[in-house]
Design a protein around this ligand. Structure first.
Ligand code: SAM
Length: 378
C-alpha cells in the first residue's frame, strides 16, 4: 500500500476538485487505466487490477482501489484531486450554500477539507463566474493547524474566496460584528472523540503533497504500531478516542469515557448555540467523526430545545428537504436518542465503519430557519 492507514474493506475516496477539473477529465487522465466497476464492492475487494467507481450520493466523488500511487500524481500535487473520506464530504454538500445564502463560516476549519469543498460547492452553483461573490470565513483556533489550512486552501485554488482567521477561536467571534452581517450559512465540524475514524489515513493533513510541506515523519508512521497497542490492551472500539491530529488514547473505564464525552458534548453544544446567533444565518450543519450519541443526536436535541433555537425559529433540516444524495442515504440517526421524534432521527445522517459502505463512522445534521423567524428579542 502506498501509505500507512490503507485499511482493509475500504476504497480510497477521491474528491474531484470542481474548482480545478472535472470528473470526466480525471477519468480520461489520472484514472485512464482504471476499469469502471459496477459496484463499490468490486473496488474494495479487487486485488489484481485498478478499479474505479463514481459515487451515486456525493457529486464529484470517486472510489478507487487502494494501494495505487495517487500521492505521486500531478492531479494530487496540483490540488485537482483531494483525498477525503466520503462521509467527510457530507457536511458541505448538505449545507449547500448558494448565492442567496450570502457569506459562509467554516467554524473549525483545519486542515481544510470542508473549507475547500465549500468553495467548490459555491463555484458549482455559479460556474460562469471566475470566483463566487461570497466569502468563506474559515476559523481555526490552533495556529499551527491554521498554517496547514492556508496551504490546503491555496493548493485547492480557493484562496481568493476564503478568509482565514488564524489562531481565531470561533467562540470569541462576535455574531453582531458587521463583518459577519451577511453570513447565511455555517458549517460546524468541531473537535470530537474521533471514535469513527478508521485510520490515520483519514487525516489528510498527514498526507498533504510534499510540495506544500506535509510532515514526512507523521505520514510515514505506520498505523500497525497503533493497532498492536490496541490489541495488547484489547480496548473495545468505542474506548479508542482520537484527537484532531489522529493521536489515539484509550479510555480505560466507562466512567472516564462518559466524562470525556460529556466535556466534548458541552463544547460542541456551545458551538452550535453560538452559530444560531448570527443575525442572517438560516442554515447550519453540525458534524462529528464520532459514533457516540452523546456527541451526536443528544447535541442536536439540546440545541433544538435551547432558548436561542426557540427564539429564532431554528429547526431540524428534514430528510425530505435535504440534497438528493443525502436524502437517499439510508443510514439515519438513532431514534431512541431523539426521544422517538421521527423527523429529527430521520433528519440526522450517520455512517458506521465496517458496514460494507466503505466509509468512516460519521454524523451530520442540518438546522434551518426562515429569515425573519425570530419570535422574540433576546
Ligand atoms: N473541518 C476540518 C476538515 O474537514 O478538514 C476538520 C476539523 S477538526 C475535526 C476540528 C478543528 O477545530 C481542529 O483543527 C481544532 O483545532 C479546531 N477548533 C477547536 N475548537 C475551535 C474553536 N473554538 N474555534 C476554532 N477552531 C476550533
Amino acid at each position: 500500500a502506498e501509505a500507512a492507514g490503507d485499511a482493509e474493506g475500504y476504497p480510497r475516496w477521491v474528491r474531484v476538485n470542481a474548482l480545478k477539473t472535472t470528473v470526466e477529465e480525471q477519468l480520461e487522465t489520472t484514472f485512464k487505466n482504471y476499469e469502471r466497476a459496477s459496484t463499490l464492492k468490486e473496488v474494495i475487494t479487487t486485488k489484481a487490477r485498478q478499479a474505479i467507481w463514481v459515487d451515486p450520493h456525493v457529486p464529484n466523488l470517486l472510489a478507487v482501489t487502494q494501494g495505487t500511487a495517487l500521492f505521486k500524481t500531478e492531479a494530487y500535487t496540483s490540488g485537482k484531486i483531494i483525498l477525503q473520506d466520503k462521509a467527510s464530504c457530507f457536511p458541505a454538500y448538505l449545507l449547500d450554500p448558494r448565492a442567496e445564502d450570502g457569506d459562509v463560516i467554516d467554524a473549525c476549519a483545519a486542515p481544510g477539507n470542508k473549507t475547500t469543498h465549500l468553495a467548490a460547492v459555491l463555484h458549482s452553483h455559479r460556474p460562469e463566474f471566475d470566483s463566487p461573490p461570497q466569502t468563506v470565513y474559515a476559523f481555526e483556533k490552533d495556529a499551527g493547524r491554521a498554517k496547514t489550512l492556508e496551504k490546503m486552501v491555496t493548493i485547492a485554488g480557493s484562496r481568493k474566496t476564503t478568509k482565514i482567521g488564524p489562531g481565531q477561536d470561533f467562540l470569541r467571534v462576535n455574531p453582531q460584528d458587521q463583518r459577519y452581517a451577511n453570513v447565511g450559512a455555517l458549517l460546524l465540524d468541531p473537535s470530537c472523540s474521533g471514535s469513527g475514524i478508521v485510520g490515520r489515513d483519514s487525516m489528510p493533513e498527514l498526507h498533504l503533497p510534499e510540495a506544500i510541506g506535509a510532515s514526512k515523519k507523521k505520514a510515514a508512521e505506520p498505523s500497525k504500531t497503533l493497532k498492536r497497542k490496541h490489541e495488547e490492551v484489547a480496548a473495545p472500539e468505542e474506548n479508542i478516542l482520537r484527537d484532531d491530529d489522529g493521536n489515539e488514547t484509550i479510555v480505560k473505564s466507562e466512567k472516564d469515557l462518559q466524562s470525556r464525552l460529556e466535556a466534548l458534548a458541552s463544547f460542541q453544544l456551545t458551538l452550535v448555540l453560538h452559530a444560531f446567533r448570527f443575525p442572517r444565518a438560516t442554515k447550519v450543519t453540525y458534524s462529528t467523526c464520532s459514533i457516540h450519541a452523546e456527541e451526536n443526536e443528544s447535541v442536536v436535541m439540546k440545541a433544538l430545545q435551547s432558548d436561542v433555537a426557540q427564539r429564532r425559529g431554528w429547526r431540524i433540516l428534514k430528510r425530505e428537504d435535504q440534497v438528493s444524495g443525502l436524502r437517499d442515504w439510508e443510514v439515519r440517526g438513532l431514534s431512541e436518542a431523539c426521544d422517538g421524534d421521527k423527523d429529527i432521527a430521520e433528519g440526522c445522517i450517520r455512517s458506521y465503519k465496517g458496514d460494507g459502505r466503505g466509509v468512516m463512522g460519521f454524523f451530520v445534521a442540518g438546522f434551518v430557519r426562515a429569515p425573519g423567524d425570530d419570535l422574540r428579542e433576546e
